[in-house]
Design a protein around this ligand. Structure first.
Ligand code: P53
Length: 476
């Protein structure tokens, strides 16, 4: 193969809660994203008990895509997008999450949005759950701690598949389901699973239980999609930060392997329909008694995914330490800085080669088509007086990653479906809630405090990406 496939899905990626705004429009209910305040690098977003007066909730209005999507999609079309990855806000279809019937105004919004994409030949690629579950399910059910949430999710998925089956072919169930491997911090448990831990709770088994219910829900959704329309393709979505050993000391190597086990077993369950033995042994060693039934195991087997979607921003590194003889991985304490790579202003390690490594890792393990559904460089952009933004650093980041991605396809033979850089239009950061951590080809005039005209303008990277797409990845 000399390059990317002729039908390679070039595009861009976003998530509903990070750009739509309109948090109460069309009958939408509050989601977990609506109770998170703005933070900053090193300052965690506060998760409040409901929406409180006087707090800054950046997702409420975001970049007002809800009202401006037609103009924005026109700009995506100008760049030549073949696809556009977004999510369906669960709370537009089911404002509380436990209703029996969906909200028609919400369904209509996505009908119109998808029609607008299709008008330009842009294929919508849709995530069902991207850090935006109904807040009502958190308050009333404890989020994904509760088995009942499986049924609510499957109902939501079924409604979406039935309604949009002729507009959307590519789906993903849970965005970055494996972020919650980082269960010591509050962010991932809440955004992945709607979980707020009580003081003193043993967090780890609760995380595994919630992830199990999500994996069952995902498998049931895959099954439902096939029953509704066998041409639908449903993937998983994994946050891939490959974990390197800091040195070639054998214990460092084993530590890295264990770390990979602990962060990526989710993929095994999605793809193979069963738990890897190392994890079952770990549950036993730790005495975790989880609610995993024979029926669940049968469901997992019947709902294996069609492809692997993943995000890639950075690599991690780890090392063995004397106080950890079992070489157990703890994401808050086991990571070390990699001296061979640079970091972004937010401390994310920049490692284009790690993308080639990740593509090969996934391909060697699973032999399923791969889709890079997020990759990008969060940076502080400066808008010049003439309105231009010279984001050469973003071009450098993306072109280096695409070059490595090409090697994975051309030299290593990986089956890659497409590439959708994250935040193709500036939006609210998930991790920090900031506007100033920008990823876009399109600048949006809005700052961290919520001031700005919301006017859109093309950055330097806009024309660059347009060329990348028109040359099918040859002009970098
Ligand atoms: P922000 C952590 C590590 C890797 C990806 O992130 C992550 C996170 C969570 O912050 O999230 C994904 O906005 C996620 C997007 C998110 C994007 O990466 O923190 O799927 O919703 O916006 C970038 O810079």
């Amino acid at each position: 193969m000399s390059g990317f496939k002729s039908d390679f899905l070039w595009g861009g990626a976003v998530a509903a809660h990070q750009l739509e705004g309109g948090w109460k429009e069309g009958g939408k209910g509050p989601s977990v994203a609506d109770v998170m305040t703005a933070g900053a690098h090193g300052v965690a977003r506060e998760i409040t008990d409901g929406v409180l007066p006087g707090k800054n909730y950046p997702n409420h209005d975001a970049i007002d895509f809800y009202h401006r999507y037609k103009d924005d999609i026109k700009l995506f079309a100008e760049m030549g997008f073949k696809c556009f990855r977004t999510s369906i806000a669960w709370t537009r279809l089911f404002p509380k999450g436990d209703e029996l019937e969906p909200n028609e105004a919400g369904l209509k919004f996505y009908d119109d949005l998808f029609d607008e994409c299709l008008k330009y030949g842009i294929e919508p690629v849709i995530t069902l759950s991207h850090f935006e579950m109904p807040y009502h399910l958190v308050k009333e059910y404890g989020g994904w701690r509760n088995r009942k949430v499986i049924d609510f999710f499957v109902r939501f998925a079924k409604v979406a598949f039935e309604r949009y089956q002729h507009k959307v072919k590519y789906w993903m169930t849970f965005n970055e389901i494996n972020n919650q491997a980082n269960f010591h911090e509050d962010f991932a448990p809440f955004t992945n699973s709607g979980i707020k831990y009580e003081e003193g709770e043993d967090r780890e088994p609760i995380m595994y239980q919630a992830a199990h219910y999500e994996l069952v829900a995902s498998a049931l959704a895959v099954k439902v999609a096939r029953e509704i329309n066998p041409s639908l393709q449903v993937g998983c979505m994994i946050a891939m930060c490959p974990i390197y050993p800091l040195t070639c000391a054998p214990d460092d190597m084993m530590m890295a392997m264990n770390a990979m086990h602990r962060r990526y077993w989710f993929t095994d369950v999605h793809v193979r329909g069963k738990y890897p033995q190392h994890l079952l042994n770990y549950f036993e060693r730790r005495g975790f008694e989880l609610d995993i039934t024979a029926e669940d195991n049968a469901a997992l087997k019947q709902g294996c995914v069609d492809y692997i979607g993943f995000s890639y921003y950075m690599s991690f590194a780890t090392k063995a330490t004397a106080d950890n003889p079992q070489l157990d991985y703890d994401e808050t304490t086991s990571l070390v800085s990699n001296p061979y790579v640079k970091k972004s202003d937010w401390g994310w390690q920049i490692d284009p080669v790690g993308l080639r490594y990740s593509l090969n890792w996934f391909w060697d393990h699973y032999q399923l088509p791969l889709f890079i559904v997020e990759n990008g460089f969060g940076a502080i952009d400066v808008r010049e007086n003439d309105g231009s933004v010279n984001d050469q650093y973003r071009i450098d980041y993306l072109s280096a990653h695409i070059a490595e991605m090409k090697k994975a396809v051309v030299e290593d033979g990986v089956d890659l479906m497409g590439y959708t850089p994250w935040g193709c239009i500036d939006l609210v950061s998930a991790g920090t809630g900031e506007m100033k951590k920008r990823y876009g080809f399109i600048y949006v005039d809005k700052d961290n405090e919520g001031n700005g005209t919301l006017e859109r303008s093309r950055k330097k990277s806009f024309a660059w990406y347009q060329k990348v797409i028109s040359s099918n990845g040859e002009a970098l």
